[in-house]
Design a protein around this ligand. Structure first.
Ligand SMILES: *Cc1c(COP(=O)(O)O)cnc(C)c1O
Length: 456
């Protein structure tokens, strides 16, 4: 072991930053199941995906064999403006906890959009521009993805149309204004702009919308306007591929100081940040070079891994997207209100789903109030105000560190701190006022969601 003291922040030099994304699927013996065409139930072909997605992104989506995909220079240059993200040794937290565990976190909140989502947004905008497109459409729930995409599109001079779930549009006016500052058009969904929006509004006047509905509107808008494509901020394998930059940097930083992680923890919404963080470590595990405990953390109100089923399902409520084999609660499952908007998705990335089915990783679900307790504890010691989503990982990292204190084990814990919580103060307010509630779906509600699974 190296005797060099480990700094509070491990930064990489620019020339140590990754030059290729790592495609974990290349090292998997059991490949994730292919996307299926919802009409024919046959694997989706590149041609079938072309009207909706960008060409090079389709190639990445369908690529199960190439382990390394070079990061184009234009994207690497953009990354250099806000990366490498620091890997922080939580010395202060360790001391406060009195744990022999060594705790590290990879902080992805150092950019204006405030989360890891910019890593994929800039890649997706780049390929859209390269293809000569005019613009892209997308949906946003909590608003982080829409913000990241607006930044990426303004950089490459692309038009960006964001369908924002109406209740967020009204509750988070500042997120909306950040998007408009970067030149995006933000429409409250459901809207009168699309056929599907008008239909939903006619059936449910006064509805405040849902993510599933916003997806359907964004997909329709992209397919009706020449020169536009639809882009997505998580769930897809291409997004997880771009997010591998998180794990590659983390591993390079640990290797620089000869540190070997024991436990790697991340929150799981659609799975892209966790998949990106663990990618190179899981690769070693698959190749038999090293072993790690890998833990996905999800909200008790939306427990795809821990209470869902591994089956083909629709990725959206409108059932227009391809079918994906994943851990799911059913595309009709409406999670109870939860302040970690980025984790309210009924399904999970297909690659992570296969790894979980093969017993290569663990998952736990945690309650909202204990997540905010952990968030506040962390903020008061480490200074960073964490996003509610990220705080799911903090909660489990604290639990593991406390367990080490009890057993005297000197484990090395690494967790992903995906973003900052400045736009989530309404949620923090509820927590401080004692008005935050813990919801968990009943077995009946889960069964009802799963009863709508397609037969494949
Ligand atoms: C979107 C988001 C998540 C969820 O990420 P996935 O890649 O979908 O699992 C976590 N944290 C923050 C801060 C987010 O914005």
């Amino acid at each position: 072991m190296s005797t060099t003291p480990i700094p509070y922040k491990i930064y990489l030099d620019e020339n140590e930053m990754p030059t290729a994304w790592y495609n974990l699927r290349a090292d998997m013996k059991n490949k994730p199941a292919p996307l299926l065409n919802p009409q024919t139930l046959q694997p989706m072909t590149a041609q079938e995906l072309e009207p909706v997605f960008c060409r090079e992104l389709i190639d990445q989506e369908l690529d199960d064999t190439n382990a390394f995909i070079p990061i184009p220079e234009e994207i690497r240059d953009f990354y250099k403006m806000y990366r490498p993200a620091p890997l922080i040794r939580a010395y202060c937290l360790e001391k406060k906890l009195g744990t022999p565990a060594k705790i590290y976190y990879k902080f992805e909140g150092n950019n204006t959009s405030g989360s890891h989502k910019l890593n994929s947004a800039i890649a997706q905008a780049y390929y859209a521009k390269k293809q000569g497109l005019t613009g892209v459409t997308t949906e946003t729930g909590a608003g982080q993805w829409g913000t990241a995409l607006s930044m990426a599109c303004s950089y490459f001079d692309l038009d960006c149309n964001v369908y924002m779930v109406k209740c967020s549009y009204e509750q988070k006016p500042f997120r909306r204004e950040v998007m408009r500052t970067y030149g995006a058009t933000v429409t409250a969904s459901p809207s009168m702009d699309t056929q599907v929006g008008r239909k939903i509004l006619a059936a449910h006047p006064g509805t405040t919308g849902s993510l599933g509905c916003a997806i359907s509107e964004a997909v329709e808008a992209a397919s009706c306007k020449p020169g536009y494509r639809y882009v997505l901020g998580s769930v897809l394998n291409q997004v997880m591929l771009h997010q591998s930059v998180i794990g590659l940097e983390t591993k390079a930083a640990l290797d620089k100081y000869n540190v070997k992680a024991d436990i790697i923890i991340g929150c799981a919404g659609g799975g892209s940040n966790l998949g990106g963080l663990i990618a190179p470590f899981m690769g070693q595990k698959l190749r038999g070079e090293a072993d790690y405990r890998i833990i996905a953390v999800e909200p008790a109100s939306c427990p795809s891994f821990t209470r869902g089923t591994y089956a083909y399902d629709y990725c959206d409520t409108g059932m227009v997207c391809p079918l994906s084999k994943m851990y799911t609660l059913g595309s009709g499952f409406i999670p109870a209100a939860n302040h970690a908007g980025g984790l309210r998705y009924h399904g999970m990335n297909a690659t992570l789903s296969q790894l979980y089915a093969d017993g290569l990783m663990e998952a736990v679900s945690v309650k909202q109030t204990e997540v905010f307790e952990a968030a506040e504890y962390f903020a008061r010691i480490e200074g960073i105000l964490p996003a509610p989503e990220s705080s799911h990982a903090i909660k489990v990292a604290l639990d593991e560190a406390i367990r080490c204190k009890e057993t005297g084990e000197e484990k090395t814990i690494v967790f992903g701190l995906t973003g900052t919580g400045y736009f989530d103060m309404y949620a923090y307010e509820k927590f401080h006022d004692g008005k935050m509630e813990d919801y968990a779906p009943t077995d009946e509600e889960i069964a009802k969601g799963l009863s709508g699974l397609p037969t494949v």
